[in-house]
Design a protein. Structure first.
Length: 210
């Protein structure tokens, strides 16, 4: 849990003594998938300090013998992927994993939302819908997804960004690490860094958002 970062950990000695082999993992991400027995719900109702799943897990680990319950962890195989997207940070992580092809074959050019291939894939992880208008002097640097009916005008640079359906980007704009939802209009000479722009928003000329 990122809210409870600890530098030191204490393990009961019996864990090591009672097992022939012990494996320690680090760098794992919790996908928030939990499979519980039918005794889990009464534990929530009987223990009022169990407000979240983390509280529940911590309570079981501390009071395993009292609660007569056991918790297990099963790492996913290397070829499988799971991530709970419940905030914008995780949304960005999932989007980056898709554009970097870590979840192949779930990638835009393989028909991630259906069987039909609507996106082309080119080097530096550039995904372009087949129905877009890209000016000759516009630049797509890397890790970019351009949705259907998008228009990008001259001398505009897009990098590490996702543009939804029907976005229109004016001349001489810079978009880096941005998520533009459907129908966004960005007029000339705008600079956007680390932005999330909601549907149908219009940004006037010369906007600078970071």
């Amino acid at each position: 849990n990122p809210k409870h970062k600890e530098r030191n950990f204490t393990f009961p000695m019996e864990i090591i003594l009672e097992n022939k082999e012990v494996t320690m993992w680090h760098g794992l991400i919790d996908p928030q998938i939990a499979i519980c027995s039918n005794t889990a719900l009464p534990l929530f109702s009987d223990n009022f300090d169990f407000l979240t799943r983390d509280d529940f897990v911590r309570g079981l680990l501390i009071n395993e013998e009292i609660l007569a319950s056991t918790i297990y962890v099963a790492p996913l195989p290397a070829e499988e992927y799971a991530l709970r997207v419940n905030n914008w940070h995780n949304y960005q992580i999932a989007s980056r994993d898709v554009t970097n092809r870590f979840v192949y074959p779930l990638v835009p050019d393989m028909g991630i939302c259906g069987s039909e291939q609507l996106y082309s894939f080119s080097r530096n992880n550039i995904y372009r819908h087949r129905n877009i208008r890209l000016a000759r002097r516009a630049t797509l640097e890397s890790d970019v997804v351009i949705g259907e009916k998008c228009e990008i005008d001259e001398d505009t640079v897009v990098a590490h960004s996702v543009l939804g359906k029907g976005c229109k980007i004016g001349k001489n704009c810079q978009l880096r690490n941005c998520f533009l939802l459907d129908g966004v209009q960005v007029e000339d000479n705008c600079v956007l860094n680390h932005c999330i722009i909601a549907e149908n928003v219009i940004l006037g000329p010369g906007c600078n958002l970071t």
